[in-house]
Design a protein around this ligand. Structure first.
Ligand SMILES: [Zn+2]
Length: 643
């Protein structure tokens, strides 16, 4: 944990920020607008800076925020795209991402280094003397390069330890926000076997309503629930005169007026960014696309140093008959506050734990949620039939935990033992739990044709391993389980693979994972669990020349399956610099010097991840003065945009 100290009430921000030190990098001294805020919940990361709008277009001058020097300059296909890092004398670093172009002389420096290294992507760290920068100097022009979904400038401020800070705490007058955040959804989640929400052991979602005084509540104001509960939240912040929805700065949870959880992403190291997957309800995100943040510190969340919490880590325990007041406070970076209050009370009557007996055959189903095995059964022979769990050589009988619509529910804490089989009214089912892997414990498991190695950091929480395998398809766990670091898997196929060096592992969504063959066994790394498939790619990438002249040429490029790995463009056997935008599937020429002309034999070599290569040649003659634009055929589709 970082040394924030404990505050019984949310204090924000807690650090000292030099005000008026940094210049706003776009249209300084004018009103500006944001398309994204620091800490916004994004795919696999917390947003590390602010996204400054650029009037929907590219090419706006980007100004250095303060004196300093260029510490790093990069060209990336995804991520930041073209990006500059400036280190300042006060120890801070500012970052300017998704630039369309660098200003001179940095652009020429990058071009020459790329030419020398014959590469599109590059990361350069000039010496402090090489590119000294003065405050307000134009360092580049705004763009949409890398993993950007529209023109904007991504701007970060980092401290001397490279921790990310919220730029909005530095007193920029260019941004105005006096609108409070908006509550959108509250979820209550059962966290122990005794927990019931509206009589059931299942998460329930509630829609907050805004009252005339501006505060929020839920429905009738009282929720019937008991046991250990967790609260999760969906909320957005709005800023003046812009439709964009940003994230929150702070969240506080109070029970009966006492703070039990406080979240503030004020300063964090990027190494924790991936841990957003344990900060949000990850299964819900995979199922609905909504990033709902937990207001408790879940098991396995030992990484993010952004919380204050009670001993119960924000988990709420409703044991007595009193009504308990839940208060949630949410703030944006400008200290605008919204408050939600509701009551939680244990129901006066215990939920029913019996059903009406039925003569039809009993049916049983089971699922695993966190550490709980949930068994549901219908058409029970008796009103209170037990569920038998076969754990090792013992048989344990579990009574009905609760019933709903004549369906009986049984709950079992898997930390107390792993049942191989379950039965109700002599109807049996296999749980299919083949192994248990606990986090922080390097483990290799062997299950038939599948082998998996987890290092000490791979898992956030205990994994109850269920697998399946048939032919060229296999499964380990499911995609609702987040991994902190990749797992190493291998799979042995029964029959030999026709073209092993063109066959690799892909996810169910056909994302290329690769793999190395050793006989009939393929080994690969994966950062997602779930279903995998072996697919064969023997088809080289495609390229269509869409523009051709002695001053400029461009290709649309695409691949059918494994994806484009690299490209190389030569003119008369000399390396030619090209820029590439995966979002537009466009590859185009870059002049090394103003008077460079592209006359002669042009050769494009495109290689996919499976090693299939396309070699395309064409001739450009001196007569072509105007770019000849060729219409793109329908066959070349745009590659998918990264999130
Ligand atoms: Zn951004």
């Amino acid at each position: 944990m970082l040394g924030y100290g404990w505050h019984s009430f949310a204090q924000k921000p807690t650090l000292d920020y030099p005000k008026d030190y940094f210049l706003f990098p776009i249209n300084p001294q004018q009103r500006n607008y944001l398309a994204g805020g620091m800490g916004d919940l994004r795919s696999n990361h917390f947003h590390a800076g602010i996204d400054i709008k650029t009037q929907g277009r590219e090419g706006l001058p980007v100004y250095a925020s303060a004196d300093g020097y260029i510490a790093e300059i990069r060209v990336q296909t995804g991520g930041y795209g073209n990006v500059i890092f400036i280190k300042h004398p006060n120890g801070y670093t500012t970052v300017y991402g998704h630039l369309r172009t660098f200003a001179e002389p940095f652009a020429a420096y990058v071009r020459e280094e790329r030419f020398k290294n014959k590469t599109f992507e590059i990361s350069l760290t000039p010496s402090p003397e090489q590119f000294k920068i003065t405050k307000g100097q134009i360092i580049g022009y705004s763009g949409n390069t890398g993993g950007s979904g529209g023109p904007h400038l991504h701007f970060e401020i980092r401290d001397i330890r490279n921790n990310v800070l919220n730029p909005l705490y530095f007193g920029f007058k260019e941004i105005v926000d006096d609108l409070p955040p908006i509550f959108q959804k509250i979820i209550l989640k059962p966290l122990d076997l005794e927990a019931r929400i509206a009589g059931e052991f299942t998460s329930k979602s509630f829609t907050p309503t805004r009252k005339s005084d501006g505060t929020y509540t839920i429905g009738e104001g009282t929720i019937s629930a008991s046991g250990q509960l967790g609260i999760a939240l969906l909320a957005v912040d709005k800023m003046n005169e812009t439709a964009n929805s940003n994230g929150l700065s702070c969240v506080e949870l109070l029970v009966d007026g006492k703070e039990v959880y406080f979240y503030h992403l004020e300063r964090y190291s990027e190494e924790y960014s991936h841990d957003i997957n344990v900060h949000i309800d990850y299964p819900l995100y995979k199922q609905t696309g909504e990033r709902i943040q937990k207001l408790y510190i879940a098991d396995g969340n030992d990484f993010l140093p952004v919380y204050h919490a009670s001993a119960s880590k924000g988990k709420i325990s409703i044991q007595d008959d009193n009504a308990h007041e839940i208060t949630i406070k949410i703030w944006d970076a400008y200290s605008n506050l919204s408050t939600l209050k509701f009551m939680v009370q244990k129901p006066t009557q215990a939920p029913t734990a019996s059903v009406e007996p039925n003569k039809s055959p009993t049916q049983i189903k089971h699922t695993i949620e966190d550490n709980t095995l949930i068994i549901s059964a219908k058409n029970l022979k008796t009103a209170t039939s037990f569920c038998n769990l076969y754990v090792g050589s013992s048989i344990l009988s579990v009574p009905i935990a609760y019933s709903k619509n004549n369906q009986a529910y049984y709950l079992w804490d898997l930390r107390k033992g792993i049942p191989q089989r379950i039965s109700v009214d002599s109807i049996f089912a296999e749980t299919m739990i083949q192994k248990v892997v606990v986090p922080q414990n390097p483990t290799t498991i062997d299950i038939g044709k599948l082998q998996a190695t987890f290092d000490s950091q791979t898992l956030y929480d205990t994994l109850y391993v269920q697998t399946a395998a048939q032919g060229f398809q296999f499964q380990l766990g499911n995609n609702l389980i987040p991994l902190r670091t990749p797992a190493q898997l291998s799979y042995t196929v029964d029959s030999s693979v026709a073209i092993p060096d063109k066959t690799a592992v892909y996810t169910q969504e056909r994302k290329f994972l690769g793999g190395k063959w050793q006989g009939n066994k393929i080994s690969f790394k994966t950062d997602v669990l779930g279903k995998y498939q072996l697919l064969t790619d023997t088809i080289p990438p495609r390229a269509v020349l869409v523009s051709k002249s002695k001053d400029y040429f461009a290709f649309k490029i695409a691949d059918n399956l494994s994806g484009i790995k690299r490209f190389k463009v030569m003119l008369n056997d000399e390396y030619i610099l090209c820029d590439y935008d995966y979002k537009r599937a466009l590859l185009w020429s870059v002049k090394r010097t103003d008077n460079q002309q592209f006359i002669g034999e042009l050769l494009l070599e495109l290689t996919d991840n499976q090693g299939n290569a396309l070699v395309y040649t064409t001739k450009i003659d001196s007569s072509s003065t105007k770019p000849k634009v060729v219409k793109t055929p329908k066959k070349i589709v745009k590659s998918k945009r990264k999130k």
